[in-house]
Design a protein around this ligand. Structure first.
Ligand code: GLY
Length: 572
């Protein structure tokens, strides 16, 4: 396409296209550049202090980052039930220090085998509201239990039983309701009341409990104990599996024992890219996160952002977001079912082409491109980051999708089911709960994994290693982008996680932004450039980041001030 040249000042212009040339071979040389020595301390950054403590407890007991990841994941399932759980799934990005091996453990949910493309449509072909959101028909086959067993057995040092112990203890002894819990339970209150098992566990007399109220989960403790004793069979076979299937089917769901038998985790090659000397390692499909992140950074690598005024800088970043999210809607889905042009989408030359479609003096209207969408909520999911003293790393983003998932617990299991089926495109062009549209690539099919935005990420230079990610629905990828740009600017984790955020997802065609993200002057300039602005009432996201400065050899960690998490750095 034609490169429309900017119409503003030459002195600004000369900085804009700085980096489009260069040997391509170098861009694909992903040699680990971290220093050989090990970190002086370990760090765990998660959304809940009890889960963070579980991670450090396991590290102190001689476990590695992977054992700690099992402990943190399982404990978050107990103490942050709105965000993730063993009734859901996620992506665990692992880096093993001894051989620089990196892998993404795909524990994403799968559509039940009885699911089909038109599962959520009525006889007229219209989407039936709520069917992919609430109740057992909304739930994919959980992947987190299989992933935890897999990580413990293949990468951990400790027995699964030991790594699950903090979660079992928290489920038996209870966790105290906090503000975050109250907010999300308030958001889903009506639906929570509608399912007796959910209400009995998570509400008090059908109301959102007061801060400090202890929520005990004996059924969940029993289910976790079955996993501790029998591994994956403790969840996918036997008494727990029988109760899961009966509970789901009695309430109109379609799970079968064959679904549970056939569920497997998949080890996938992470998506890789390079931005101004920073190696990017991020989530592979069925997450869209890594591809979209690399596409955006490839586009941005042609600009010297730090030399451009804030309004034009924001404009350029927004235009990169718009283009990456357009591609997300068009191309991405479960790689076991659809061919994804990963190499093309992450290639610098492709980004050159996208960059050439951008006008620097005017917003591109998304309406010039296909698709429709609506607003997104983005209060779901969870992320944690871990670095151990051997230099092993985990970035994990886990989900049951919407807050409290499908708000459905099969009786006697304590397992709150996900509503990840809503991440499929129920009908091409019709937006899901996050306002995201999809096409054929993300249509429902038996056994298929729904497309995700979860973006656990490592960033690496000669002297710095970053581990980061966040929950937040469709906004996850742009939050990680903004965090990565902070890292690129040499800022510490406290800045990555706290910086004010803005977002564009192609459709709706508007810049969504936090109350403090854009000054009045920047807003005016962006409007003049033709952008629609959509100020948000609340801040969003809950990022957890760790930085290891390998030459100075120090470790810093930070949890997002928007959430109630913690990120202590400790020696063990
Ligand atoms: N359920 C949110 C995501 O996977 O993107």
């Amino acid at each position: 396409m034609r490169n429309r040249l900017p119409r503003f000042g030459g002195s600004q212009l000369k900085h804009l296209f700085a980096l489009t040339a260069g040997p391509v071979a170098l861009l694909f040389a992903f040699i680990s550049t971290a220093q050989a020595h090990t970190p002086p301390a370990a760090a765990v950054a998660s959304a809940h202090p009890v889960a963070t403590a579980a991670g450090h407890e396991i590290l102190a007991a001689g476990g590695n980052a992977f054992d700690a990841a099992v402990a943190v994941s399982a404990t978050l399932a107990v103490v942050e039930p709105a965000g993730s759980g063993i009734g859901g799934g996620g992506f665990w990005l692992l880096h093993r220090a001894e051989d620089d091996f990196q892998v993404m453990i795909d524990g994403r949910e799968r559509a039940p085998l009885a699911a089909h493309r038109d599962l959520y449509l009525d006889e007229k072909g219209e989407v039936i509201p709520g069917l992919s959101m609430n109740g057992p028909l909304a739930a994919g086959i959980p992947g987190e239990p299989a992933a935890l067993v897999h990580i413990a057995e293949k990468y951990g040092r400790l027995p699964l039983k030991q790594s699950l112990a903090p979660a079992i203890r928290a489920a038996r002894e209870g966790f105290a309701v906090n503000e975050q819990y109250q907010k999300l339970a308030g958001f889903r209150h009506k639906k929570m009341r509608a399912d007796a098992a959910t209400a009995n566990i998570f509400l008090l007399d059908n109301e959102v409990p007061a801060i400090g109220h202890l929520i005990k989960q004996p059924d969940l403790a029993n289910t976790l104990e079955a996993m501790a004793k029998h591994g994956r069979a403790g969840f996918y076979n036997g008494a727990v599996a029988d109760k899961l299937i009966k509970g789901v089917r009695d309430a109109g769901g379609i799970w079968s024992q064959q679904d549970l038998d056939e569920y497997t985790v998949v080890e996938r090659q992470p998506i890789r890219g390079e931005y101004r000397g920073i190696q990017i390692t991020s989530a592979a499909p069925p997450s869209s996160g890594g591809i979209a992140l690399v596409t955006m950074l490839n586009i941005l690598s042609g600009f010297e952002l730090d030399k451009i005024d804030t309004a034009h800088q924001t404009h350029i970043i927004v235009e990169a977001m718009r283009r990456a999210y357009r591609d997300r809607a068009d191309y991405l889905g479960d790689p076991d079912f659809v061919d994804i042009p990963t190499e093309r989408l992450t290639h610098p030359f492709y980004a050159d082409g996208l960059r050439n479609t951008m006008r620097l003096d005017r917003a591109t209207a998304s309406s010039a491109l296909p698709g429709v969408a609506r607003d997104s909520a983005g209060q779901d999911t969870t992320h944690f980051s871990i670095l151990d003293q051997d230099g092993n790393r985990v970035a994990a983003t886990l989900s049951i999708n919407y807050p409290f998932g499908a708000v459905f617990v099969p009786a006697g299991t304590g397992v709150l089911l996900n509503n990840e089926m809503d991440d499929f495109s129920a009908k091409p062009g019709i937006p899901n709960a996050y306002g995201l549209v999809g096409a054929e690539a993300n249509a429902i099919a038996p056994g298929k994994r729904p497309l995700s935005s979860m973006t656990p990420t490592f960033l690496e230079t000669d002297d710095r290693v970053a581990i980061l990610g966040t929950p937040g629905g469709s906004r996850i990828i742009t939050m990680v982008l903004l965090g990565a740009l902070e890292f690129a600017a040499g800022k510490p984790p406290a800045d990555w996680v706290s910086r004010p955020r803005f977002h564009h997802q192609f459709l709706p065609d508007a810049i969504q932004f936090e109350p403090d993200a854009l000054s009045q002057q920047t807003q005016e300039k962006l409007s003049q450039l033709g952008h629609q602005l959509k100020p948000m009432k609340r801040r969003y996201g809950n990022m957890h980041g760790i930085l290891w400065q390998t030459q100075e050899n120090n470790v810093q960690a930070a949890s997002d001030p928007r959430g109630g998490g913690s990120a202590p750095v400790k020696t063990h």
